[in-house]
Design a binder for this molecule. Structure first.
Ligand code: SF4
Ligand code: SF4
Length: 110
């Protein structure tokens, strides 16, 4: 392998084989509309919480797919459950239920 003089930072890597996929699997089973997401970012742009603190609902999806449960727990607590994200979603993702289902999955997986 060629050495370019730099490497990949350990905390910037994603090991899909070792990460916890239980939340993603639970979410897909109980709220399959999450699969309709095209990552447009409208939910993030409309988010009430995102106007006051650093919070990005689209990022939650990335954390779930990567199985980064610890970061997910910290982030999801910021949601006020107002439902504005769901109102603007062009794909009809049931975002309020997505958030509820993630919370339920986190409770069940400890
Ligand atoms: S608004 Fe809907 S389609 Fe767009 S990123 Fe959010 S969940 Fe996905
Ligand atoms: S329900 Fe949560 S994620 Fe959606 S707009 Fe409201 S605060 Fe943001």
């Amino acid at each position: 392998m060629i050495h370019f003089g730099y490497g990949v930072m350990a905390d910037a890597t994603t090991d899909y084989d070792r990460n916890d996929r239980r939340i993603a699997e639970y979410l897909l089973e109980h709220e399959p509309s999450v699969n309709l997401c095209i990552g447009c970012g409208s939910c993030t742009a409309a988010c009430s919480t995102g106007r006051m603190v650093e919070f990005n609902i689209r990022r939650l999806h990335t954390l779930i797919r990567r199985g980064e449960t610890l970061k997910l727990k910290k982030e999801i607590m910021k949601c006020m459950f107002c439902g504005k994200c769901q109102l603007v979603c062009p794909r009809g993702v049931n975002l309020r239920n997505v958030i509820l289902t993630i919370n339920r999955a986190l409770e069940q997986t400890g």
